[in-house]
Design a protein around this ligand. Structure first.
Ligand code: FAD
Length: 543
């Protein structure tokens, strides 16, 4: 099999044009091309009147070696690299104890799946409910203002990414092609096949719910065990020199029910919102440090504005779908403002997991056909903004989430303001042409006290700058809602680079977004695979 890169065709090319282009590029007759598959399809919309599709294809040809020799020097042709997943270990016949995975977000699901595929029969613990029941609870906040602190957008089967846009791309380095393994497993679990080759794959909420169930079934069929509504409340760590002193070794986890599960290997895939669990880990002596994250608002525009600006006359083309954007501005006060988790044709969602707090985020369906585009417009902050304690970032998040609850009227409405009013520094009293999608509702007013002064100043400066890249971005009627605080974890549970075990606690594998080692569905899933391998090797090396 050979990989051929950089085949460029116009957006509206006829179906057989790709076949013809492959023959032309390879200089072969149709009979010599035995077959081909598309490995990647991306678009270049810099010239809006002539959007270009770029393909990478894997081709099967007669006389492969002769062809490679003839086209020697063509840097766009090479033998297809092996991107298949290879297991690093197989479970021994007798396991001393079963590995425990805490959390069923993308990180925990993939850690559980890989461990199960290698025969390690993991026990997978989740504080929230199975995904169908969880969906009802999540909608309960959006429709009836009823928050279930253990079953919501953050907690429950599938983790934080279940009610999301399901964007699946990541910018992390992936030399072992773990991303392919993730996509392959998602397709097996009924994701659309195109995620294997489009440059910016996404899934959308409804499909994610079904996929999470399918993955659970696969893991169970392989000997894995799921337990829902089983919050891990404590860790039994045996310390060399007294509690929190020297090196510890995990011995067991204790559940809220009081049950104890004895184990030497715990994957900690708890996400960025498990604040009580972070506190427990800190109290038990696990090494944790504060890390930077971001906070800001969600912004909503008409999706048609973004489509027109990005795709011009090609807006609405089915291959392009709803347009996205990525924006960054470095402000005079030294802060960086950037767009975060952009959801084309989606909705803004209530994403708190704690009573008396308001948090925004975004989601969409596969079709991405809602009226508005939304994204977080967030400001980078560092531990210097919340100094003094490894968990101080959590207190900082809570402060602004509580303030948002208050500004929203104390009933889970989000505080909001029109962009024109926000920039001009006056309170909003009435919506314009953009109707915000956040449920249960938006209370218009003045957002200038909803975030620290430096963040407000930075966002005020950035919006007109973004308007230079997307004309209309700072339109007066665009709506800001807030606050966006759960952009990533405020802590890092540091681990060794090679063993992936906690710096001071043997057998504890901090993983995914909550531990500060991922940001997004794809990178969390990839980290789950890496950590599963580390657990397997640790078990096998110990015999
Ligand atoms: P999580 O998904 O947060 O999972 C952690 C799990 O651990 C949870 O299910 C939780 O209930 C459980 N848990 C926590 N503590 C305990 C405990 N003590 N005992 C037992 N269980 C526990 N990312 C993207 O890449 N693309 C997107 O389009 C996207 N959209 C998003 C939209 C929304 C509304 C949200 C909230 C997030 C979105 N994200 C998106 C971010 C993405 O969801 C996260 O990066 C990803 O889910 C992190 O995966 P994780 O497995 O590390 O943690």
């Amino acid at each position: 099999m050979l990989r051929l890169n950089e085949i460029q065709l116009p957006l509206d090319h006829p179906e057989d044009a790709l076949h013809a282009a492959i023959l032309a590029r390879l200089g072969i007759a149709a009979e010599a091309l035995l077959g081909y598959t598309i490995f990647r399809r991306s678009y270049d919309a810099r010239k809006k009147s002539a959007v270009i599709l770029t393909y990478t294809v894997d081709v099967e040809v007669n006389e492969e070696a002769a062809l490679l020799k003839r086209l020697h020097g063509d840097r766009h042709l090479m033998p297809t690299p092996d991107t298949n997943y290879h297991f690093v270990a197989q479970a021994p016949g007798q396991l001393k104890s079963r590995p425990v995975v805490i959390g069923t977000g993308p990180c925990g699901l993939f850690a559980g799946l890989i461990l199960a595929q290698m025969g390690f029969n993991p026990i997978i613990l989740e504080r929230g409910k199975a995904v169908r029941e969880r969906t009802k609870d999540t909608w309960g906040l959006w429709r009836k203002r009823e928050l279930q602190p253990e079953s919501n957008v953050q907690f429950g089967e599938g983790g934080a990414g279940t009610f999301s846009d399901g964007k699946l791309w990541t910018q992390i380095k992936d030399p072992k092609h773990y991303g392919r393994k993730v996509l392959t497993e998602f397709v097996k679990a009924d994701a659309p096949e195109e995620i294997m080759y489009v440059s910016k794959p996404h899934i959308g909420t409804f499909r994610l719910v079904k996929m999470v169930e399918q993955m659970r079934a696969s893991i169970e069929a392989l000997g894995g065990e799921f337990r829902f509504q089983q919050k891990v409340e404590d860790l039994d760590i045996q310390w060399e020199q007294g509690p929190g002193q020297g090196r510890g070794q995990v011995r067991a986890v204790t559940l809220a029910s009081g049950e104890t599960i004895v184990t030497d290997h715990v994957v900690l895939a708890i996400g960025h919102s498990a604040r009580d669990t972070f506190q427990m880990l800190y109290d038990r002596g696990v090494y944790i440090e504060a890390k930077p994250f971001s906070l800001g608002f969600r912004i909503e525009h008409p999706q048609s504005l973004i489509d027109r600006c990005r795709f011009g006359p090609s807006a609405g083309h089915p291959i392009l779908g709803a347009a996205d954007y990525k924006l960054v501005h470095h402000c005079a006060n030294g802060r960086a403002v950037y767009s975060f988790c952009m959801c084309p044709g989606g909705t803004v969602v209530a994403a708190t997991s704690e009573p008396g707090r308001v948090v925004t985020n975004g989601m969409s369906q596969y079709s991405r056909n809602e009226r508005n585009a939304n994204s977080g417009i967030v400001v980078g902050i560092t531990p210097a903004d919340y100094p003094g304690h490894p968990l101080a970032g959590i207190a900082f998040q809570r402060q602004w989430e509580s303030r948002a609850f208050e500004l929203g009227g104390g009933n889970y409405d989000a505080p909001g303001q029109l962009v024109g009013d926000f920039i001009a520094g006056r309170a909003s009293t009435e919506l314009g042409t953009v109707i915000p999608s956040y449920k249960p509702g938006v209370r218009l007013g003045d957002l200038s006290t909803a975030l620290p002064d430096y963040a407000i100043a930075a966002i005020r400066e950035a919006l007109p700058e973004f308007d230079k890249q997307i004309r209309g971005f700072a339109m007066a009627d665009a709506v800001l809602t807030g606050v966006e605080t759960r952009t990533s974890s405020p802590i890092r549970i540091k681990r060794h680079d090679d063993s992936l075990q906690s710096l001071n606690t043997v057998g504890l594998f901090p993983a995914g977004e909550g531990a500060g080692y991922a940001g997004g569905i794809m990178s969390a899933a990839i980290d789950g695979i890496r950590v599963a391998e580390a657990v397997a090797l640790s078990i096998c090396n110990k015999g």
